[in-house]
Design a protein around this ligand. Sequence first.
Ligand code: AMP
Length: 282
Amino acid sequence: MRVITTIKEMKEFIREKKQQQVSIGFVPTMGYLHDGHIQLIRSARAENDIVVISIFVNPLQFGPDEDFDIYPRDLERDKKIAASEGVDVIFHPSTEEMYPGKLSVKVIVQERVNVLCGESRPGHFDGVATVLTKLFNIVEPDRVYMGMKDAQQVAVVEGLVADFNFPLELIPVDTVREEDGLAKSSRNVHLSEKERQQAPYLYKSLLEAKKLLMEGERDEKRIISHMKQFIEENTDGNIDYIEIYSFPGLEKMDKLEGKIIIALAVKFSKARLIDNIVITLS
Ligand code: AMP
């Protein structure tokens, strides 16, 4: 496995591989790899000749009061995991390598962004779309693997790929969870012991909502207020949002039907956790 830190070397590697007509699977990450990332890597490994992952904590997608400085990083650990999963290349550029000066152009996301995390993290998805535009141009992947844990990111990137005609296929991968249901996340290390005990109630609240829907409940307000009460009774977290939209359009619905997403974000003392489920209603 190679670790490449410069764009020039990465492009040379890709040019050589393209000449050999091999397929390239790409998994963009911010590192501190866990089973969620590993699931994406395994999917990429199964479907491509070469697997490239990027490890880059992208400052552009963090707000001024967010956790960029304390975001967990451990390249040595990540290298061992990636090598054991058959990754061919880790692309690990510095911030200066990716952003040597002030950007003269950045990508602005206009749709699917005024809800959920887009609303509470202004500029976040512009940062994601900008770094992915750069990474797609550098890595030239045939297939890109992204987790449904960040379902809004999948919806936004679907738009980016379609609008900017990137010649790649975006492949969403189901959320990987701990045994107690908590969605795996690099940020879980920032939960206190007590918060870690409480955190599975986020997923449980989504299952509560699913149960209500399966029983025929279609009143969005009632479902959300049940979830809110459930989370407030079982955790000390502060609810940032609990919302229901169509998926992947992320539009408000007059009537709950078809493919919908129930998504939430809850702030604990040092970690803001997100989770969601996508359900198809008849
Ligand atoms: P991150 O390193 O948090 O930026 O995540 C990199 C990729 O891994 C994104 O596409 C995430 O959606 C995906 N991912 C993160 N956590 C999970 C999880 N628990 N299950 C599946 N995919 C995940």
